[in-house]
Design a protein around this ligand. Structure first.
Ligand code: AMP
Length: 104
């Protein structure tokens, strides 16, 4: 948990953000500025800054499983996933997240 991380605050429940889906180690919430009709963010609960710092293979697997389950839950059959890694690639929030984008 990082004190000044916006996603850690969301995950901690500071803003009362509704979670679309949740597992033991992952959480899914809607992007505040959606680029597509459905735009969710899949995050590890643990503060991991970027994909480059993700070493836990079980967590990697759980994150992708969560992508599938969250998409299924909201009725997305077809969707895009995106992970921005690093500032130059467009990463704005330094808490690992997978964008899941599509329309139902
Ligand atoms: P990235 O550029 O890959 O780091 O993506 C960060 C994403 O987080 C952007 O799509 C933002 O719209 C989204 N975002 C930033 N703050 C919040 C927030 N408080 N709640 C939900 N999504 C957020």
């Amino acid at each position: 948990m990082s004190e000044d991380c916006i996603f850690c605050k969301i995950i901690r429940g500071d803003f009362g953000t509704e979670f679309v889906y949740e597992t033991e180690n992952t959480v899914v919430f809607n992007d505040i500025n959606p680029k597509t009709p459905v735009h969710m963010l899949v995050c590890p609960k643990k503060h991991i800054e970027t994909l480059n710092e993700l070493e836990d293979k079980a967590l990697m697997s759980e994150l992708l499983q969560t992508v599938k389950e969250a998409a299924k839950k909201v009725g997305l059959k077809s969707y895009k996933t995106l992970i921005n890694t690093g500032k130059e690639a467009g990463q704005e929030v330094f808490h690992l997240h997978i964008h899941v984008m599509g329309k139902v």
